[in-house]
Design a protein around this ligand. Structure first.
Ligand code: C2E
Ligand code: CA
Ligand code: CA
Length: 558
């Protein structure tokens, strides 16, 4: 069934308004229509206007006489033009004269068709049917094309229109400007849908008014608009900032992402994705922020694409390597542990660090397989060190928050330790506090289980911005690891008081402390004086390849 058939009303449910001062003519028209339509009558233009105002939403058509005393058909048509809701109702003008001047005047005033008196039944009924059908079809197309809240194109039509324009004008330079309201969901909850719809409407209107060179505008998701414009060298913050700032009583922040001089061969959706990518790093609480899609982002996107494409084969082909970064005792300087850190020896990109791919692995779920792989490789390495007679120190592995979705986590780790027959004291687990904040119960349960098996738990990245003292109390922990950013900050400010307090808190809770990212002898001295236990950082060593790490251990043991 086509959408048009779906929404078409039975004819008897359509209402026609007849505006005619001559009683006989009006009666005649009404009886002629009554078999097929509901009919409303008005004796002059004024009455007609009143009925239109009240019933515009149910009227399918108006049959309008031109000459009436006082308020005539022209007046009615003029009034109808004052509001879209009224002008949406089609009008067929009826007249005794077939004066061309009248016809032209009525057409100028927006009438849709004419019938000349005396009426021919077949002609008048067919014109009415055709006009109604045309209007209903147009209204359905409109609904599919335009977003009713913002009067912008709907997403699909916007993309279509953009691609059409880019194809039609291959030599013209265009920009894409996308907007996105921060925390729109929260605003919706707080202020209600109606107020937020009004906000969207207002924002769209304002943007259309101020954005120069506008070629097309669309609402591409709930709170996200996109505009195709002729390329501009514009001070965008200067243009957009004031537009938002005085807009409403609601404080809100709108991010803008701009792709300049767009590639005409790309799909419109991809251009909008690029704009969205540019705005990802914007931070603000009110007003407007503007970011551009630039070469750096382009490279980042290409790298990400390569990573995604090569991911599944990488595990199979053993392209992942584990590096080990030593941890040293702060007092006697001896090696006291190590952290396993993942590296990807990528055939195209070279050796890449985890920050580049962990996030992607977390998004597509591969992280769990990855971390299990690391766990097994580390158990194997501990076994190897024991067998080689090297000094054995605990090695920690990093777990992602997603690993905790797996209820077998603790059993799996224990199984690996047993399979390689290693002392469970030698395997430590590092987790970040963000893991805890998402599903505290699952994490606490898993950690308790891991500890009951004999593994030690280290809370990673403490002080990196997510820390809360509450989680220190809630989590079953053995070791607190202060984030590298803390020591960077302390060295920069020459003020170690925060680190000292953190160490004191750890001591109070009976936790050992590790400070990571220690780079200089001065930092080491300061930390030693504060009662910290272990140090990890390039002052001692960068993360080392397996063979280098084994050599390092051998030297320590000597
Ligand atoms: P992290 O757990 O905080 O690891 C410490 C990071 O600091 C490592 O970066 C290390 O190379 C770096 N680092 C160590 N000493 C210094 C120093 O003195 N100065 C400076 N500037 N940096 C230092 P890396 O190896 O790039 O790892 C980044 C992050 O990736 C890790 O942060 C960890 O969260 C994650 N990661 C690494 N391996 C794994 C893994 O097997 N599984 C999971 N889930 N995450 C991992
Ligand atoms: Ca770590
Ligand atoms: Ca860390």
């Amino acid at each position: 069934m086509t959408p048009i058939e779906e929404t078409a009303l039975p004819a008897s449910l359509r209402t026609i308004l007849v505006v005619e001062d001559n009683d006989i003519n009006r009666e005649m028209l009404c009886s002629l229509l009554e078999d097929d339509f509901e009919v409303m009558q008005a004796k002059d233009g004024r009455e007609g206007i009143e009925l239109l105002k009240r019933h515009y939403d149910i009227l399918s058509l108006v049959l309008l006489d031109v000459y009436m005393p006082e308020c005539d058909g022209f007046d009615f048509l003029r009034f109808r033009q004052t509001d879209d809701r009224y002008s949406n109702v089609p009008v067929i003008v009826t007249t005794v004269s077939d004066s061309l001047d009248d016809e032209i005047e009525c057409l100028k005033l927006g009438s849709n068709d004419f019938v000349v008196k005396p009426y021919d039944v077949e002609i008048i009924l067919n014109r009415i049917r055709n006009t109604i059908k045309l209007r209903e079809t147009a209204s359905i197309v409109n609904q599919l094309t335009w977003d009713s809240i913002t009067n912008l194109y709907r997403e699909e039509f916007f993309f279509h229109r953009v691609e059409e324009l880019l194809e039609t004008y291959p030599d013209r330079s265009f920009d894409i400007v996308c907007s996105d309201i921060k925390n729109f969901k929260t605003l919706n909850d707080r202020y209600g849908r109606e107020r937020c719809n009004h906000l969207l409407h207002e924002l769209a209107n304002r943007l259309m008014a101020v954005i120069p060179g506008l070629a097309a505008g669309g609402r591409i998701s709930g709170d996200s608009f996109a505009f195709l414009i002729d390329h501009q060298e514009e001070d965008w913050t200067g243009v957009l900032g004031p537009t938002i700032e005085d807009m409403t009583t609601v404080n809100f922040y709108v991010k803008f992402g701009i792709v300049e001089d767009v590639d005409h061969s790309l799909p419109a959706s991809q251009l909008c994705d690029r704009a969205a990518m540019a705005m990802q790093h914007l931070r603000g609480s009110t007003g407007a922020g503007v970011a551009f899609y630039d070469e750096e982002l382009r490279q980042q996107q290409i790298t990400e694409q390569i990573i995604i494409e090569s991911m599944s084969s990488a595990l199979r082909e053993r392209q992942f390597m584990i590096y080990y970064q030593p941890k040293h005792d702060v007092h006697n300087g001896s090696i006291a542990g190590a952290e396993a850190l993942l590296r990807w020896n990528h055939p195209e990109l070279g050796l890449i660090r985890p920050d580049l791919f962990i996030g992607i692995f977390e998004r597509n779920g591969l992280i769990t397989a990855m971390d299990r792989y690391v766990c097994e490789e580390v158990c194997r390495e501990i076994r190897r060190c024991v067998d080689l007679g090297l000094p054995t120190v605990p090695i920690s592995i990093n777990l992602s928050r997603l690993d905790f979705d797996d209820h077998d986590l603790a059993a799996h780790v224990a199984h690996m330790a047993d399979r390689y027959d290693i002392d469970r004291n030698l395997l430590h687990i590092e987790l970040t506090e963000t893991a805890y904040s998402e599903d505290p119960d699952a994490v606490v349960t898993a950690l308790k289980e891991l500890r009951s098996y004999g593994f030690h738990i280290e809370l990673d990245d403490f002080g990196s911005g997510y820390s809360s003292l509450a989680s220190l109390n809630m989590l079953p922990l053995d070791i607190l690891k202060l984030d590298g950013s803390m020591i960077r900050q302390a060295t920069k400010l020459g003020d170690f008081r925060i680190i000292e307090s953190a160490i004191q808190i750890a001591q109070f809770l009976g936790l050992e402390t590790v400070v990571e990212g220690v780079e200089t002898a001065e930092e080491l001295d300061r930390l030693r004086g504060m009662g910290c236990d272990l140090i990890q950082g390039i002052y001692y060593s960068w993360p080392l390849e397996q063979s280098e790490f084994e050599a390092y251990l051998a030297r320590q043991g000597a």
